[in-house]
Design a protein around this ligand. Structure first.
Ligand code: ADP
Ligand code: MG
Length: 944
């Protein structure tokens, strides 16, 4: 409300609200002299004299500010959410930062050392929403709660401050609330430890935890695969030591990582790591967890130490760390992940990604596990077979699959509910989720066990699903009401008849409410005011409410002896009476007692759940596995996928392969998808796989073909059926995919440079088990440079890397390479020319494209006819010179890797060749002049 609009009555209203507010604050928290009312114009405060002259104007610090400053000093890098009654308040710089970030009003509250204290606040019921936004903006938040009842503080004297302390640090990697998390994604906290090697390569260890689900893993890797490992995990927050953070050599890489939290060295200390880890799990030694390297222990200990720090000692139900052996998963670097759009598209969306295309899960936990499997396909054929066996079992039995999926739909997110309960942040609905999850586990175990012989993975799941204690679920069933509130503090979640003392307190509370109703009738009669009502609000509690007109009557004798004025608002006058006050106290006592009893029951139930948390968590995993397995089976049936044959060979034979994402998009828009074969298996007499060189015009389907084969490998190794008639894949250990691109000046860097850096990584890293996809490498530079680079790249892949590869290019000259490289196979996209237009058949056939049909494509795109005609003439001329193309001669330069011919000879040769192809007698003067300029330009390029 604008102060200039205030009438005398408004001021009166504000004054009384201010007083009420002050009363509320006293009731809920503070008894300090600087108590003010929030959101109330200062003028009104002053007018009402609500705000006493604060002693701090003399430069002294109030006890509350003293407390605030002390707590803030202990958490300097966090915004401090300081609990006052129903609000979290922020002060000073924090208030300014938060009000800017959240768009909430900045007010002030008293003075500190003679200056106004900036303040802003968020109501507790909306705290999650504001936390979410602050975390998303990269802030960290320390949540400071009241640790005692304000009444306790008052007992120590009128000026004492309610005890408060930080109960939790909220950081991007340590979230547990559903409202702060994406249900379908894990949110990992990753600790990165390094051991410096005096000679040779540094080693790195990663320890990562999802505290919302309890997952905990560790792995070790070298510098070369570090980026790929981090890309796979996609952590929400990364912990590094100060030393690593400051390391100049690693700085560019480390600083480019998202949500980085540098910590002091002691957190990564190897000497104390074992002990810290053991103490977190309450065991004497970590030996039972498996064998870890010293470095892995350091990373794991850093992660749990940070969990303890941020949770202030509360221990989420973490699994013991599981070690991931090096090479157990298919390595896919960041660029390849992006490129293949595995879990999100290049524009960052889930829609359009492989994950979205194959996700048929019906639970959030299933969706998370599917994303995990997709991010980390396996390399061991036996393990892959276990997964495929389970999928096959459900693919074959539709009735069973549909039944299981139908039942899974009702299964809650057990893992996240459990984490919240164990760290003391759970609500009644989380208990209900645990109850339902345990019941469901038992039912699934029984249903599956009844089937008899089960594939290994499912048999294991059944055993796990039997573990949780059904008695805990039965107790929850007895205790919890049908309708549950969101928060413990709301009360009303315990069933009637569960606990006699609770029933008693509730009866008392409800009885008093009936007495109030009777009181209203009596007051209406004795005053003769029929419209008299007894109402309740949070500020006044119970009050007698009459219109202004009737108010006069109650304010005058004799009724004013009974009715005590409390508040006048526009239109209403409010009163209390001694009787009403006493009743209110009784109701409040009964209600308080009921709530206290409910909270006790809650704690008891939570404790019994926490005691069985390990078994419940494992069951949650098994339910997720069941969801993923049946979902993949449903996908296979729906989209006609087949079981791939995965083994330790170097085979890569796909027949009738399709692109899982493009296919679905095409079908949705009515078009058919053309299936294609691909065979990169070693030829009969060879020990290394093949390279396919795919030529063909733009829009013919080259990129689609390349990617579909990479995606089929990913799907097969994650344990899914694949979109093909048949697939035989010798496990791939590293997958690379690169696309050549024109310079992207808007992004301020040369994508050609990026393309080359990435190509270099492939040529340096790909071994014989790798699968390499190169799409138009060399497109980002001048034709001859590009051709030369593409050329040399193929030679290197064939001779040095000896890996399976697919290479798409518009440089037709390269098809000549097949004559010299025995494992290189030419393939092309079939096109049909029809009445001068080009028709794409999307069919991959053996052979080389005879030309690129660029002009036909340009015509399809609607270039003006005059431009098309002119382009045809120019093309004819250039093709004439191409007959003596230097590419032919390069073929004769093999054996490979002999001293390379200086690059400058290429343009010079081609200029000479072009000159030779000219027919001066047939040229107009103008064409002759143009030809001269072209030649000159080619020479200039050779000299540069
Ligand atoms: P290129 O890389 O040769 O320029 P793309 O792979 O980008 O071609 O494919 C161009 C378009 O052709 C795709 O967007 C898709 O709609 C269609 N397409 C590609 N492959 C197929 C196929 N096998 N069957 C049907 N349509 C296809
Ligand atoms: Mg393409």
């Amino acid at each position: 409300m604008d102060a200039s609009h205030q009438t005398g009555r408004d001021i009166l209203f504000f004054a009384s609200v201010a007083r009420m507010d002050a009363a509320r604050t006293i009731a809920t928290g503070e008894v300090e002299p600087e108590t003010a009312s929030r959101g109330t114009p200062v003028a009104a405060d002053d007018a009402a004299g609500v705000m006493p002259k604060a002693p701090d104007e003399l430069g002294r610090v109030t006890p509350m500010m003293e407390q605030y400053i002390e707590i803030k000093a202990a958490n300097p890098d966090c915004l401090l959410f300081y609990r006052m009654g129903d609000f979290y308040e922020l002060f000073f710089d924090d208030a300014e930062t938060a009000s800017r970030a959240l768009g909430i009003m900045l007010t002030k509250r008293g003075k500190h050392l003679g200056r106004d204290i900036p303040m802003c606040g968020v109501p507790i019921e909306r705290a999650d929403e504001y936390l979410h936004r602050l975390i998303a903006l990269g802030h960290r938040v320390a949540v400071c709660e009241q640790l005692e009842d304000p009444a306790e503080a008052r007992k120590r004297g009128a000026k004492s401050v309610v005890r408060r302390d930080v109960v939790r640090l909220v950081t991007p990697g340590t979230l547990t609330e559903d409202s702060l998390l994406d249900a379908k994604r894990n949110n990992y906290l990753l600790a990165l430890a390094r051991s410096r090697a005096s000679s040779g390569e540094d080693r790195f260890a990663l320890g990562w935890i999802d505290i919302s689900t309890g997952e905990f893993r560790v792995a070790e890797c070298d510098r070369a695969s570090l980026a790929a490992e981090i890309a796979r995990i996609e952590p929400g927050e990364i912990l590094v030591s100060d030393a690593l953070y400051a390391d100049t050599e690693l700085a560019p890489f480390v600083r480019s990582l998202p949500a980085l939290t540098p910590l002091t060295r002691d957190v990564f200390d190897g000497a104390t790591a074992e002990r810290r880890l053991a103490s977190f799990f309450g065991v004497a030694t970590t030996a039972a967890f498996g064998t870890f390297s010293r470095l892995e222990l350091a990373a794991a200990a850093a992660a749990v130490t940070y969990v303890e720090r941020t949770q202030l000692g509360k221990r989420p139900p973490l699994s013991v760390p599981a070690r991931e052996a090096a090479g157990a998963t298919l390595q896919i670097d960041q660029a390849t992940r992006g490129n293949l759009e595995l879990v999100r598209t290049l524009s960052g969306e889930r829609r359009g990604s492989l994950l979205a295309a194959i996700d048929r899960t019906v639970t959030a936990a299933g969706s998370r596990l599917l994303a995990q499997r997709l991010a980390a396909p396996l390399t061991d054929p036996a393990e892959i077979a276990h997964r495929l066996d389970a999928v096959a079992a459900f693919a074959e039995d539709s009735a069973l699959r549909n039944e299981v999926r139908g039942r899974l739909k009702a299964v809650p997110d057990l893992a996240r509910a459990l984490s919240r309960i164990v760290v003391g942040r759970g609500g009644p609905r989380d208990l209900a989720a645990i109850r339902d999850g345990i019941f469901a586990s038992g039912e699934f175990a029984a249903r599956l066990a009844a089937l008899g012989a089960l594939p290994h993975e499912l048999a294991q799941a059944v055993a796990t699903l039997r573990q949780p204690d059904a008695a805990v679920a039965a107790e929850l069933q007895r205790a919890l009401a049908e309708e549950l509130p969101a928060f413990r503090r709301d009360g009303g979640f315990v069933r009637a008849v569960y606990e006699p003392a609770l029933d008693e307190a509730r009866a008392l509370r409800d009885e008093s409410r009936r007495v109030i109703a009777a009181l209203q009738v009596r007051y209406a009669e004795t005053t003769g005011i029929r419209a008299l009502k007894i109402r309740h609000n949070n500020v006044l509690g119970y009050f007698v409410d009459v219109s202004a007109q009737h108010g006069e009557k109650l304010l005058a004798a004799p009724l004013n002896a009974t009715f005590i004025h409390r508040q006048t608002t526009a239109g209403q006058v409010r009163f209390t009476t001694t009787e009403l006050g006493e009743l209110e106290a009784k109701i409040a006592n009964a209600a308080d007692r009921a709530l206290a009893l409910e909270l006790e029951i809650f704690d008891r139930l939570a404790t019994s759940v926490a005691a069985g948390s390990a078994a419940i968590k494992e069951a949650a995993n098994a339910l997720a596995l069941l969801d993923v397995t049946t979902a993949l089976a449903a996908l296979a049936v729906e989209r006609d996928y087949t079981r791939p044959e995965v083994d330790g060979s170097l085979a890569f034979a796909i027949s009738g392969g399709r692109h899982p994402v493009v296919e679905q998009a095409l079908i949705a828009s009515g078009g058919p998808f053309v299936a294609n074969d691909c065979d990169l298996s070693p030829p009969d007499d060879a020990v290394a796989g093949r390279i396919w060189l795919i030529t063909g015009p733009n829009m013919a389907g080259k990129s689609t073909f390349l990617r579909q084969n990479a995606l089929i490998a990913v799907l097969a190794q994650m344990g899914s059926f694949v979109p093909a008639k048949a697939a035989h894949i010798g496990t791939v250990d590293r997958l690379f995919s690169r696309v050549g691109a024109a310079d992207d000046l808007a992004r301020g860097h040369s994508t050609f440079m990026v393309e080359m850096v990435e190509t270099a990584a492939i040529l340096n890293q790909a071994g014989e088990r790798a699968l390499v996809i190169l799409d138009e490498i060399g497109r980002g530079t001048a034709t001859f440079d590009g051709l030369s680079i593409a050329w040399a790249t193929i030679e290197h892949l064939h001779e040095k890397n000896r890996c399976r590869a697919l290479f798409a290019t518009h440089f037709h000259e390269m098809t000549a390479l097949a004559a010299k490289l025995p494992r290189l196979h030419n393939a092309t996209m079939r096109v049909k020319e029809w009445q001068g237009d080009v028709v794409f058949l999307h069919e991959v056939i053996a052979g080389a494209a005879d030309r690129s049909y660029g002009i036909q494509v340009a015509k399809l795109a609607g270039l003006p006819p005059s431009v098309i005609e002119r382009a045809k003439i120019v093309l004819a001329q250039i093709e004439a010179e191409d007959r003596t193309s230097p590419a032919r001669r390069l073929i004769d330069d093999l054996p490979l890797f002999a001293a390379a011919r200086p690059a400058t000879t290429l343009p010079r040769d081609s200029a000479l060749a072009a000159l030779g192809a000219l027919h001066p007698d047939e040229m107009s003067p103008r064409e002759a002049l143009e030809a001269l300029y072209v030649l000159k330009a080619q020479l200039a390029k050779g000299d540069s």
